[in-house]
Design a protein around this ligand. Sequence first.
Ligand SMILES: C[S@@+](CC[C@H](N)C(=O)[O-])C[C@H]1O[C@@H](n2cnc3c(N)ncnc32)[C@H](O)[C@@H]1O
Ligand SMILES: [Zn+2]
Length: 440
Amino acid sequence: MNVSNRTLFISDNLPILRGIDSETIDLIYLDPPFNTKRQYKAPIGSPAEGASFKDIWTDSDIKHQWHGEIAETHAELYQVIQASEAIYDKSMRIYLTAMAVRLFEMQRILKPTGSIYLHCDPTASHYLKLVMDSLFGKNGFRNEIAWNKYIGRKNNARKKFGTQQDILLYYAKKSALFNPQYEPLSESAVKEYRHKDENGRRYRYARRGKGYESIGGKRKIYLDENLGIAIGTLWVSKDLQLGQSSGERTGYPTQKPLALLERIIKASSNEGDIVLDPFCGCATACVAAERLNRQWVGIDISPSAETITKIRLEEASEQGQLFSPIQMSDVTVTKQAPIRTDASDTAKQRTLSSYRTHKNELYGRQEGHCNGCGLHFRIRNLTIDHIKPQIKEGTDHIGNLQLLCGSCNSIKGDRPQEYLYQRLEEQERALKEKLRGYET
Ligand SMILES: C[S@@+](CC[C@H](N)C(=O)[O-])C[C@H]1O[C@@H](n2cnc3c(N)ncnc32)[C@H](O)[C@@H]1O
Ligand SMILES: [Zn+2]
């Protein structure tokens, strides 16, 4: 592991994720922007004052190169992302592209026993599920959890039902760890254990019903052996919500409750394991990890995340809420991306990547079309061509490069671009003539 416990990166998470060694993280929780087309701001006067982030997606949020990267490694995912623009709108394509390149890294850095919880809402959850299926495989899917985030009813229920839940897409690698979680029994259920045995243990008798006779009638069920009610995929409980006046509130926009993170961390990690939150905001996941004796790494692009994280950790430590007290000098805050220590033959990778980077960049710029005939192709069916041929001293600079399909590439050969266009025009004219011949 090339990142140490209690590190907070103040940076775009992509370069950080790219710098983390493969298969080193036990659990990832991410609560990214949801493509809600809103700007979030912390209220003035709150400890998080000044914190803000935008959830509006435009061309400037993605790089051309990412199209090619996705098209090259996950051709089917590329198609899903392209289709989202036609079904929804352009912002969805941009949002999913930005998420896919990051989720791709998260999949890489998760241990074979690791799990990931992607927190989203119904705006994009169904698109993100396709992205996750593509990256983790259909067997990687574990649960879609509906978390009831509001206390009481939502009042946006006049023209449709009020949305009350966020969605957690829970995926895991093949040999993922899972610790079942239970809710305590209700008071009335506890009251049913009204008998006491000679050792003072409370019990009740098994209820009549299926199998009752086969277990010999009056079987005793002990209260201390009852783990509680196994938790399912509907997370509806006041304890999991962040009340308006909760002492936990920092004012950070979209802050999540500690209890929610604690449930996830308990279910999918053990003490000492490493929890990563790449969109950590006011560090709810980091504080929850610290309370449960896990290691943590947080990343947030907003500089205000640093102040608020330190205030939170310091207060929690002073109030004895952490597993063991910590000093702020134990926390490393940095902008510097880690350097991978696990990449073998790095020189070879670099040369390969410069060709790939160009190809990926061009694929994005040309939006998957051949620069000659204009038809759409899979990335593997396009090749890099020098617009001004190398024999005429055309350079390797990206400005002199283009992607052509096999047919256009063989027409052009080492000739200039005008030659290709002329030949394509001729071909088109000839085709039209032929079609006219059929019509008459
Ligand atoms: C929904 S909030 C997370 C809230 C967090 N779960 C909490 O409880 O405080 C999303 C966060 O993602 C951060 N963010 C947005 N784009 C980012 C990026 N590219 N890299 C890192 N952080 C980013 C924002 O600054 C914001 O704090
Ligand atoms: Zn072509």
